[in-house]
Ligand binder design. Structure first.
Ligand code: C2E
Ligand code: SIN
Ligand code: SIN
Ligand code: FE
Length: 615
């Protein structure tokens, strides 16, 4: 797994904030130190200036009091020492004020220079002169006092200036402290705010989201846009939940689909006609597998053909011109042929080579992908279930798995229903063994019945059911003496007596299995007549089961068209006339009028069925 690096790292931010706070403290300590040092120095300056003042006074006093006393030598020594004191203070003041880092204003320094100048150039020479004078010193003394007074006044101004400066400094120091405290508090507040917004809140959010997720709600997502470590965590969390949600949904869908599949196989077991099963397989594939079109093809390996036996969905017109084989001609190299030969599902995208010959048509129909599923039974691949989707990516791995399970079930159901069909046909053929010349009679009556059912608006399931169950209608003839069945001429009354039992015999043979309920109705009642003149019970009208009424029309049309030992074959027109107008033996009132009307309408198709399945 690759390491994802945050674009705006919280760790970097943390370092930056720490450095900032450290700098803030250092600046404060430094500034405070400077201020305090300076304030101390300023106080010292004030003291020194004060002492300058005192020394000047002392000098004045010394000169004033002692002037004129006899020991002038002692006086000049004192004065010299005091002058030296004053000058030393002045020099020191200048020294302090002229330091390069001094925060004092230049005016102060200038003022001290001025004082120094005044003292050295005026007061000091005046003193020297005063000490040297003999006699009346009064005027010089007066001048000295005057000058000294002015000097002291200057010193006072300096003191005042220094004090003012100190006050300003003290104020600034206070301001600095306030500003620092404000800065510090501001920084702390910002950090607290940031930590709350960027760390605590998202972590609480993550915590809450995790709880929600643990309760099974994977739809939870975090909206945290920052690109820092927490942002990465949130993004990772969102990815995790969406993956989980997808997996969960897919799982749910799979189990739902599997459940549906189970239901479907249960439903399929209820279907007993091959056509019904084929159609059901197609219909259910449509909604279960979410495809747009589906067709079921059964392979006839002997002839290398693939017959479309059912389809469902839109664009079934696509199938009209579709010729598919399972040999290695071009029509057999497509998905269907390949699936049959390789026994593997063949998934195609519309731009796939294998779609070649059908591409233009497929594109026109709006299909973008297809799946040919081999239907594998005991005897090998019996055909394919062909699915088409308008989405290129419809057949994902998961759907493919469901499709394969579906194909397995479909194949099993087809095999099952074909086995039933086989046995039913075997039974029907056994009954025909003594009944000559019937040929494809069984197949034909199934088709006529299906046609009538369809034209009567009965559901396709009924149509498929009757097509298959009709074949057992004469199974009871197995109990009729072959001598009667094969008699070239008309039957005697006794022979008719036996012959009229064949519906009852049939019903007994078929028995009570629910799967063959319709077959039993047909066998028992296919010689009843609408007007009540039929056998074995003389039922009339709607007392006669519908399937038997349909069968009655189908049976008579086919018997009349066919050659029997006792009769020749009649052509279509003759048969229609006999049935619609009557010939004495057969009369229109024998038939359900509604069904006879349908027969009249679709007689041509009866003819076509007969021609197609002749022999
Ligand atoms: P099937 O031969 O399958 O005939 C079925 C039904 O077709 C007959 O029912 C009848 O309604 C109609 N049908 C058959 N041939 C003719 C015909 O030449 N003219 C007209 N108008 N209708 C015809 P049906 O009459 O109840 O007969 C039931 C079965 O009895 C027949 O089945 C056949 O196996 C047998 N059968 C009927 N008549 C004769 C006969 O003259 N000789 C022999 N050997 N068997 C007969
Ligand atoms: C085939 O299935 O072999 C051709 C028909 C088609 O897939 O359109
Ligand atoms: C029979 O009479 O042979 C059977 C009648 C029935 O099952 O109703
Ligand atoms: Fe019959």
């Amino acid at each position: 797994m690759s390491r994802v690096v945050a674009k705006r790292s919280i760790i970097n931010l943390h370092i930056a904030v720490s450095l900032f706070m450290l700098t803030l403290v250092l600046v404060y300590v430094f500034a405070t130190t400077i201020f305090i040092t300076h304030l101390n120095e300023s106080s010292r300056l004030v003291n020194m200036t004060g002492s300058l003042r005192a020394r000047t006074y002392r000098l004045e006093v010394t000169v004033g009091v002692r002037a004129g006393t006899p020991n002038a030598g002692q006086l000049s020594g004192m004065v010299a020492s005091q002058v030296h004191d004053v000058e030393q203070v002045l020099t020191e003041l200048q020294g302090i004020l002229s330091r390069p880092w001094s925060l004092h204003k230049v005016e102060l320094l200038r003022e001290v220079y001025q004082l120094d100048l005044v003292f050295r150039s005026e007061l000091h020479p005046l003193l020297v002169q005063l000490l040297a004078e003999r006699g009346d010193r009064e005027p010089s003394l007066l001048l000295f006092h005057q000058q000294a007074g002015m000097f002291v006044a200057r010193v006072d101004r300096l003191i005042a200036a220094l004090q003012e400066h100190n006050e300003i400094l003290a104020q600034r120091f206070q301001l600095l402290q306030i500003a620092f405290v404000a800065c510090f508090l501001g920084a702390l507040a910002s950090i607290a705010f940031y930590v709350r917004r960027r760390m605590i809140e998202p972590i609480l959010m993550l915590n809450e989201a995790s709880q929600t997720m643990m309760e099974g709600d994977f739809s939870v997502r975090l909206s945290y846009a920052a690109k820092d470590e927490i942002g990465l965590l949130c993004t990772a969390f969102n990815h995790a939940t969406s993956s989980l949600e997808r997996l969960f949904t897919e799982n749910k869908k799979t189990s739902h689909d599997l459940l549906l599949l189970t239901n479907i196989s249960h439903e399929m077991l209820q279907l007993t006609s091959p056509g019904g099963v084929y159609r059901y397989i197609c219909d259910r594939a449509l909604d279960l597998l979410g495809v747009d079109m589906v067709w079921l093809g059964l392979a006839d390996k002997e002839h290398s053909t693939v017959m479309q036996v059912a389809h469902a969905g839109d664009r079934a017109d696509y199938l009209e011109g579709l010729v598919v084989t399972c040999d290695d001609q071009s029509t057999g190299l497509g998905p269907t042929g390949s699936a049959i030969r390789t026994r593997q599902p063949v998934l195609c995208r519309y731009d796939d080579e294998r779609f070649g010959p059908w591409r233009a048509q497929a594109e026109q129909a709006g299909f973008r992908s297809s799946l040919a599923l081999p239907l594998t039974a005991k005897e090998g691949v019996i055909g394919t279930l062909n699915l088409y989707s308008s989405s290129v990516t419809h057949f994902n791995q998961q759907l493919l798995e469901i499709c394969n399970v579906y194909a397995l079930q479909a194949a099993a159901m087809i095999e099952n229903v074909r086995l039933i069909e086989y046995i039913v046909f075997a039974l029907a053929r056994a009954a025909e063994a003594n009944d000559e010349d019937t040929g494809n009679h069984l197949l034909r009556v199934g088709e006529y019945c299906a046609l009538l059912a369809k034209e009567a608006g009965l559901p396709p399931a009924y149509e498929e059911m009757i097509r298959f169950q009709a074949v057992l209608h004469d199974v009871g003839k197995i109990h009729v003496d072959p001598g009667i069945l094969k008699k070239a001429g008309p039957l005697t009354d006794d022979q008719w007596g036996v012959m009229r039992e064949h519906p009852r015999f049939g019903a007994r043979i078929i028995g009570d299995h629910s799967v063959l309920e319709m077959a039993k109705d047909i066998a028992l009642s296919h010689h009843e007549r609408w007007d009540g003149s039929g056998y074995p019970f003389g039922l009339r009208g709607e007392e006669i089961p519908l399937a038997a009424r349909l069968m009655n029309i189908a049976d008579q049309y086919d018997a009349l068209r066919s050659q029997r030992v006792y009769k020749p074959a009649f052509d279509h027109a003759t048969v229609c006339r006999i049935m619609l107008e009557g010939d004495g033996r057969t009369m229109p009132e024998h038939f359900d009028p509604a069904l006879l009307a349908i027969f009249r309408r679709s007689a041509t198709q009866f003819g076509e069925i007969y021609d197609r399945l002749q022999g």
